[in-house]
Design a protein around this ligand. Structure first.
Ligand code: GLN
Ligand code: ZN
Length: 774
C-alpha cells in the first residue's frame, strides 16, 4: 500500500488523568453513584477534546495523525482486552447480546464484584504504572469490538482533527496475559495468536473505515526479556502477526512502537514485516550503526520514529544530542520523525502549574507539555534545518550546564564520604553472632508482627490536610499523631502481638515522607501521575546530592517505644524503593544516587539505635520493579541495589535486628538478591501463593528469619483462625520454627480498623495454637 506520510513530530501517548485529575474525580464519582455514565462520558470527551487542542497548540499537527488517541478510563491493557472480546468467563454475565460491556461493566472487570475477583494487576515493564492482566484460555472467544476506538476517531474528525488511534499490539497483549484458570497444563496465551490476529485485522479495518489514516500498535513486549516466553518464540510471533496484519488493503498505515528498551534481535524481524513505521526508544536503546544488508534495505523504505525525548523522566535533557540522534537516522531512511521514547503517561502534565518550586530547578524540568514542545521543535529542525531551532537547542544546553554547576547538585561532603567507604561498610557481623546478640529480645517461637502501617483513618488524613492548609499548627498536628501512635500501641498490646510498630500515621507516603526531610529532593504541588485506575502518585524529584540534615523518624519511634515493654520496630524506606518511586536525576549512575540515599538511612539507623530502638525494618517493596528488562543488565542492577541496602544497614550493631519487607511472591531472578540483602528477618507476600515462596527461598539457600504473609491485605476479608493455622503448618514444614515469623502480607494503611483488628486477633490465636505443637 502507499502510506500517507507520517507526521515529523509525534508523541506515543499523553497523560489521561487530566491536569487537575478531573478523570480521577469523575470516575470515582461514578463509582460512588454521584454521577451517571452519561455524565462521566461527557467529562471524558471533554478531556479528550482539551487534550487534542492542547497538543495542537503545543505544535503537533491537527490533521496529519500526529496526535495519538491514548485516552483510557482505567487501563490500556484492559481496553485492548475489551476490544478483542477477551472478558473472563466470570464476567460474561455483564455482556449485552452483542458481547459488549457498558461502562459499569468495564469497571467491574477492573475492580471485581462480590466473589468475582478483578483482573490481577501488575507492573507495566520497568515503570511504576500497573496494568490489568488479561486472562486467556483455549476457550477465550475473541471478537472485535472497535466501538470505543472508532468513536474517538469520529469525535476527533468532528472537531477538525485526524488523529491516530493507539492500541496494545497483539504480541504484547498475549505476552502480558496469563493463562485463564482451568487452562490445561502447559497452555500459553501466545498459543492463541493465530486466533487473535484476525480480530486485530477487523479492528484495523473498522478504524480505517472511520477515517484513521495511521494506527499505533504498542509492542513493548518486544524489548523485554523478562516475560516468560522464549525469545525465538516471540520473534516468530511478531513475524507471523505482522505479516498477516500488513497483508490487508483496507487498513490504516501501521506504526509499531517499541518503547522501554532496545529492539535488539527484534529489529530485523520488524523491519521485514509489512508495517510502515517503527518507533525506537532511543533513550534506552539504539539503532545499531551496522545493520545487516537485508534489514538496511527494509528500513530504507519505512518511517523511523526516533524516540529521543525521554517519556519516562522529567528532565529537560540534552536537546542538541536528541536532535543529532534523530538526524543520524536519516542515513538509514529518508523518512525520519521525532517522538517521545515512551508514552508521556509517566510524567505530570505541566511544569507551569508548579508555582512553589525553585525557579532554577524549574528551568531544568520538562513535564508532558514541555516534552511535546520539545518534540515539535525537533520536528521543525528536521524539516527546516538545525539553524531554525538553534535557539531552542542552545537554551536547553544552557539549562543543562546550569544544572551541572548549581549548588546542591554535587556536594563535596557527600561525595567524599562515599569515596572513603571500604568493603567493611557493606558487611555486618556473621548471622549466628547476630542471632546470639539479639537473644535478649526474648521473642517467642513464631513471633507475630505487622509490616508497619496501621489504617490511615479519615481523621489522620484530615489532620494532615489541615496542617498543609495552615489550619493546624505543627505542634497540634504532632500531638494528634502522638495520640494515634499511643492508640496503635495499646491496640497491639491488647491483641498480644510480639514486635510492635508505631503505625506510620505521620507518613503521607512511604517515599515522599523521606523526600521531604532529605536534602537533594523537591516535592511538587500538581505533579500527579497515574499509578493504576484512578490511583495517582506524586513522585518527588531527586535532583541533587542526598544528605540528611536531621533525624527523620527517631522522635516517633522513641515515643512509641516509650509506651511499651515490647520491642517497637523502627521503620524506614530503603534506597531502591526511594529511587523507584521518585523522579531520579539522570546525570549519574543510579547506583551512585542509591548509595547517597543509603548513607542518609545509615545515619538514621545509627540514631535509632542510640535512642534505644532494637528492631529496625528497611522496606524494599520496589526491589523487583526496577529490575532491568534485559538480562545482560540485571547483574549490575542487582549489584548496586543489594549494595545500597547493605550500605544502609551495614552499620547496625549485631544486637540490632534488621528486618526488610518485599511486596511480591514471585521472585524469579531476584531470589538470590534477597539472600544477599543479609537482613535478619525478611517479610514477604505469600498468602496468595499459599506459602510456596517459603520453599523457593529455602531452595535458594536462604537461612535467615522469614515472615511469609499469612493473609492478603488487599481485600477487607478477615482470614479465619483455621485458615491461618493451616498456612502456618505448611510454613513450619519448610522453615525451622525458630526462624519463622507471622505477619500479614503488607502494610495495613488502606484497610479499615474493623477488619484489621479481627484479622490480627485471628493470626495471634492461630499462632498460639501452632506454637504449642512446635
Ligand atoms: N512499612 C510499609 C507499610 O506498612 C510498607 C509498605 C509496602 O510494602 N509497600 O505501609
Ligand atoms: Zn508490602
Amino acid at each position: 500500500m502507499t502510506a500517507p506520510e507520517f507526521p515529523t513530530g509525534t508523541i506515543l501517548g499523553y497523560p489521561r488523568i487530566g491536569r487537575r485529575r478531573e478523570l480521577k474525580r469523575a470516575v470515582e464519582a461514578f463509582w460512588a453513584g454521584r454521577i451517571d455514565a452519561a455524565e462521566l462520558g461527557r467529562t471524558a470527551a471533554g478531556l479528550r477534546a482539551a487534550t487534542r487542542e492542547r497538543l495542537a497548540e503545543l505544535g503537533l499537527g491537527r490533521t496529519d495523525s500526529a496526535i495519538p488517541e491514548s485516552f483510557s478510563y482505567y487501563d490500556q491493557v484492559l481496553d485492548a482486552a475489551v476490544a478483542v472480546g477477551a472478558v473472563p468467563a466470570r464476567f460474561e454475565r455483564l455482556l449485552d447480546e452483542d458481547g459488549r460491556l457498558d461502562l459499569a461493566g468495564y469497571f467491574t472487570v477492573a475492580r471485581g464484584e462480590g466473589a468475582d475477583a478483578p483482573l490481577e494487576m501488575t507492573k507495566w515493564f520497568d515503570s511504576n504504572y500497573h496494568y490489568l492482566v488479561p486472562e486467556i484460555g483455549p476457550e477465550t472467544a475473541f471478537a472485535a469490538h472497535a466501538d470505543a476506538l472508532v468513536a474517538q476517531v469520529r469525535e476527533a474528525r468532528e472537531a477538525g482533527f485526524v488523529t491516530r488511534p493507539v492500541l496494545v499490539g497483539p504480541v504484547t497483549f498475549l505476552l502480558l496475559a496469563k493463562a485463564a484458570d482451568g487452562a490445561p497444563e502447559g497452555f500459553r496465551p501466545l498459543d492463541r495468536l493465530a486466533d487473535l490476529v484476525p480480530v486485530y485485522r477487523t479492528l484495523l479495518a473498522e478504524l480505517a473505515a472511520a477515517g484513521a489514516e495511521w494506527v499505533q500498535l504498542d509492542e513493548p513486549g518486544l524489548v523485554s526479556e523478562s516475560l516468560d516466553e522464549p525469545r525465538e518464540r516471540v520473534l516468530e510471533a511478531v513475524a507471523g502477526a505482522y505479516d498477516a496484519l500488513g497483508a490487508d488493503d483496507a487498513r490504516p498505515a501501521i506504526f509499531v512502537a517499541a518503547p522501554y528498551g532496545d529492539l535488539a534481535e527484534a529489529l530485523p524481524v520488524l523491519a521485514a514485516a509489512p508495517v510502515e513505521a517503527i518507533g525506537f526508544d532511543l533513550v534506552r536503546g539504539d539503532v545499531p550503526a551496522q545493520l545487516d544488508p537485508v534489514t538496511e534495505e527494509a528500513l530504507a523504505v519505512k518511517t523511523l520514529v526516533a524516540g529521543v525525548v525521554d517519556g519516562h523522566n522529567i528532565w529537560r535533557g540534552d536537546l542538541a544530542h536528541a536532535f543529532a540522534r534523530a538526524e543520524a537516522l536519516r542515513s538509514v531512511s529518508g523518512s525520519v520523525a521525532v517522538s517521545t521514547s515512551t508514552s508521556l503517561l509517566h510524567v505530570p502534565h505541566d511544569v507551569d502549574e508548579e508555582t512553589a518550586l525553585d525557579a532554577r530547578l524549574l528551568s531544568w524540568l520538562a513535564f508532558a507539555d514541555q516534552k511535546v514542545a520539545q518534540v515539535a521543535a525537533l520536528a521543525r529542525g528536521l524539516s527546516e534545518g538545525r539553524d531554525a531551532i538553534a535557539a531552542d537547542l542552545d537554551a536547553a544546553s544552557a539549562a543543562l550546564a546550569d544544572r551541572a554547576s548549581a549548588p546542591g547538585v554535587r556536594v563535596p561532603a557527600v561525595r567524599g564520604r562515599l569515596a572513603a567507604l571500604d568493603a567493611t561498610a557493606f558487611t555486618r557481623a556473621g548471622y549466628d553472632d547476630r542471632v546470639a546478640a539479639q537473644e535478649d529480645l526474648a521473642l517467642p517461637a513464631l513471633p507475630t508482627t505487622t509490616i508497619g502501617s496501621f489504617p490511615q483513618t479519615a481523621d489522620i488524613r484530615r489532620a494532615r490536610a489541615r496542617l498543609v492548609k495552615g489550619e493546624l499548627t505543627d505542634a497540634a498536628y504532632r500531638e494528634l499523631m502522638r495520640e494515634e501512635i499511643a492508640r496503635v500501641i495499646r491496640l497491639q498490646e491488647d491483641l498480644g502481638l510480639d514486635v510492635l510498630v508505631h503505625g506510620e500515621p505521620e507518613r503521607n507516603d512511604m517515599v515522599q515522607y523521606f523526600a521531604e526531610l532529605l536534602d537533594g529532593f523537591a516535592v511538587t504541588q500538581h505533579g500527579w501521575v497515574q499509578s493504576y485506575g484512578s490511583r495517582c502518585t506524586r513522585p518527588s524529584i531527586l535532583w541533587g546530592d542526598v544528605s540528611r540534615p536531621a533525624p527523620m523518624t527517631v522522635e516517633w519511634s522513641t515515643y512509641a517505644q516509650s509506651l511499651s515493654e515490647k520491642p517497637v520496630k523502627g521503620m524506614l524506606t530503603g534506597p531502591v524503593t526511594i529511587l523507584a518511586w521518585s523522579f531520579v536525576r539522570d546525570d549519574q549512575p543510579l547506583g551512585d544516587t542509591a548509595r547517597q540515599v543509603a548513607l542518609a538511612l545509615r545515619d538514621e539507623i545509627g540514631d535509632l539505635e542510640a535512642a534505644g530502638i532494637r528492631v529496625i525494618q528497611v522496606d524494599e517493596p520496589a526491589l523487583r520493579e526496577l529490575l532491568p528488562l534485559k538480562r545482560a543488565d540485571q547483574p549490575a542492577y542487582l549489584d548496586w541495589s543489594v549494595g545500597s541496602f547493605r550500605l544502609a544497614t551495614g552499620g547496625a550493631a549485631p544486637a540490632t535486628q534488621v528486618h526488610t519487607h518485599l511486596c511480591y511472591s514471585e521472585f524469579g531472578v531476584v531470589i538470590d538478591a534477597i539472600r544477599e540483602l543479609d537482613a535478619d528477618v525478611t517479610s514477604i507476600e505469600a498468602a496468595r501463593s499459599r506459602m510456596e515462596v517459603v520453599g523457593d527461598l529455602a531452595a535458594s539457600g536462604f537461612d535467615h528469619g522469614v515472615g511469609p504473609g499469612v493473609y492478603d491485605i488487599h481485600s477487607p476479608r478477615v482470614p479465619s483462625v483455621d485458615e491461618v493455622r493451616s498456612l502456618l503448618e505448611r510454613a513450619v514444614d519448610g522453615v525451622p520454627a525458630g526462624r519463622l515469623w507471622v505477619n500479614p502480607d503488607c502494610g495495613l494503611k488502606t484497610r479499615g480498623y474493623d477488619e484489621t483488628v479481627a484479622s490480627l486477633a485471628n493470626i495471634v490465636e492461630a499462632t498460639r495454637s501452632v506454637r504449642e505443637g512446635v
